[in-house]
Design a binder for this molecule. Structure first.
Ligand SMILES: Nc1nc2c(ncn2[C@@H]2O[C@H](COP(=O)(O)OP(=O)(O)OP(=O)(O)O)[C@@H](O)[C@H]2O)c(=O)[nH]1
Ligand SMILES: [Mg+2]
Length: 332
């Protein structure tokens, strides 16, 4: 008798809303197992509904606190708005996801952790099989299929990772804080390029005006050619990233950030960019997977030792990478 791939049973349980199955499956997809891949395949038709919101910024700026507050906001907004199921993915956190609650408000954290419509996942970061961007994308897909319609993805802004996550997210929130961001040199221009919403958190601290001024100056410098699509767009087609103040530890300013997140989703949908971003993301994901697979197949086609011999030939300049390509193209 053929035994079924265990990933399929997990996928079905996830679609039925079973949290334990969800946690188990996330481990499988993070580890890039056969079961995880089979489940991702099974779940793929159910994905594509969630609003993916990246929250990035330097260590300690208050990203987790803000994510926590946003999650509470969207869970409470049941009177006149839709009921949201909120997924939280903390990617490579420099401190465990605590929502800033180590010193803060444990009652609110309990409210989140006890909520069946909230699911919090910290990524097992370093050494994630197949890379952090791949495993984050996979974890997000599972949560999306499981019906979490708002997924908040926290990443420490430390180079390539925030750009990769911005590619994954529909909306990117960049969090700065006074004292960290008031030196213009310290604000990486790259991070502003990806910001759809800018937040100056810790607005209860001195120096908030300086940080805002520096950010505004950077935005104005950056804005004329910020992206090619802006140049051809009419005024109603332009998204100007709002600059908002918050005190995430107290929850103030959070409503405005949540409102901007929702406005940005409406903007993307109204201008066709939601679809464009999704298509670009899926294309990127497909091409990475195909690239990895073809590379692995090609490497596996070498008899043992001869790949090392090829590398030695490269080093000795006996063969160039272009010759290797030519051989592949001619299927030699
Ligand atoms: N004064 C003040 N403290 C804050 C505010 N927001 C967060 N904090 C505190 O700042 C510290 C860091 O907050 P986190 O939310 O963990 O910051 P983070 O950016 O997620 O940190 P990492 O994930 O470790 O990079 C915690 O002690 C919070 O309680 C704020 O608006 N004002
Ligand atoms: Mg954090």
């Amino acid at each position: 008798m053929l035994t079924e791939n265990p990933g399929l049973a997990l996928a079905r349980s996830v679609l039925l809303g079973e949290r334990l199955a969800l946690a188990r499956l996330l481990t499988q997809v993070e580890n890039n197992t056969t079961a995880g891949r089979a489940a991702l395949d099974e779940l793929f038709p159910y994905t594509g509904k969630a609003h993916l919101v990246g929250v990035t910024g330097s260590p300690g700026t208050g990203k987790s606190s803000l994510v926590n507050q946003l999650a509470l906001h969207f869970r409470r907004e049941v009177v006149d708005g839709p009921v949201h199921k909120v997924g939280i993915v903390a990617v490579d956190p420099s401190s465990p996801f605590s929502g800033g609650a180590l010193l803060g408000d444990r009652v609110r954290m309990r409210e989140l952790y006890g909520d069946p419509n909230v699911f919090i996942r910290s990524m097992a970061s370093r050494g994630a099989l197949g890379g952090l961007a791949r495993s984050t994308a996979a974890v997000v897909q599972v949560l999306d299929a499981a019906g979490f319609d708002l997924i908040l993805i926290e990443t420490v802004g430390a180079g390539q990772s925030e750009v990769d996550i911005a590619r994954l997210a529909h909306t990117t929130v960049v969090v700065e804080a006074p004292g960290l961001g008031d030196d213009i040199q310290a604000i990486k221009a790259g991070i502003l390029e990806i910001a759809d919403i800018l937040v100056v958190n810790k607005a209860d601290r001195p120096g908030v005006e300086n940080t805002e001024r520096a950010l505004r100056a950077m935005l104005e410098l950056a804005s004329p050619g910020r992206s090619p699509e802006r140049e051809v767009a009419g005024p109603e087609e332009v998204w100007t990233p709002p600059l908002l103040r918050t005190v995430a530890s107290l929850g103030s300013g959070v409503d405005e950030v949540a409102d901007a997140v929702e406005r940005h989703a409406r903007f993307l949908k109204a201008t066709g960019r939601w679809e464009k971003r999704d298509t670009a993301r899926l294309q990127n994901e497909l091409e990475i997977l195909v690239g990895e697979t073809l590379l692995a197949q090609w490497k596996a086609s070498f008899p043992p030792e001869s790949y090392a011999a090829l590398l030695a030939d490269l080093y000795e300049r006996r063969i160039s990478p272009y010759k290797v390509l030519e051989r592949i193209e001619n299927r030699e």
